[in-house]
Design a binder for this molecule. Sequence first.
Ligand SMILES: [Zn+2]
Length: 272
Amino acid sequence: MNKVLMNCPNGHGKMAIRNTRKKMTFRGINIIVPSEHYVCTVCDLEASTVDQTAAVQKAISDAYRKAVNLLTGKEIVEKRKNLTLTQEALAKKMNVGIASIKRWEGGTIQSKSMDQALRIALEGKSVGDSYTGNRMFSIPRIKLVLNQFESLLGRRILKKDDKMLFAAKYLWYADMIAHRETGESMTGSTYAALPYGPQLNNYKDLIDDIMKANESRVEPLSTEEKRIINRIAIKFPRDKMVYDAAHKETIWKKQPRGAIIPYTDSAKLTEI
Ligand SMILES: [Zn+2]
């Protein structure tokens, strides 16, 4: 909090900071709220800064929510971060606007039904999400992402009879970084830790389907997804660079060979 030293308007010089706990009734519920304000040691005048007032309002909201068994703003933030979801990703998951998430985290009290929806989104994770990065597996979307890489790199990275040695690593970075930053992968692909790096699981069975896929019928890449692909293409203009970088990632190294690399590890990926 901003510690602006306040002067007493009655001319007694610097005021002191006082921390108290206030008992109050809010919406018919008795709560105790920590409060910080300035007080003059000479005339006892009390005053609060804008930040102090905002902090008290937030504390009232959280104390009330705690008392009536709604998720507090602090709890929403913590649970969201534990799932590595951005505010935007949580909003999308709940089908509400991002402004609602910001308000609830900031102190606005959510309705009982919205609290229920928050709990489902934040506590009711379905099994298997960590293998697909919270998105349905889509072969046409793999092609869409690879096409985007190819247009930025100015060369083909997916070729017939290819072992996807390099294409899979570009894809892996795109999926993992999208999961880290938006809460969901781009393609829903599952990756295995193979001796020559992270690889699309069952890639041998998928290559022909990827090449034949009609990418015009799937959800187009979002601006955010395009930005992520752009960053990866700039960082790794050549195949060898993406190959070497993937081999340095601890989230690949620590997995036993052949094991699935979970998306929940995406937070530990190198910054790109
Ligand atoms: Zn004074």
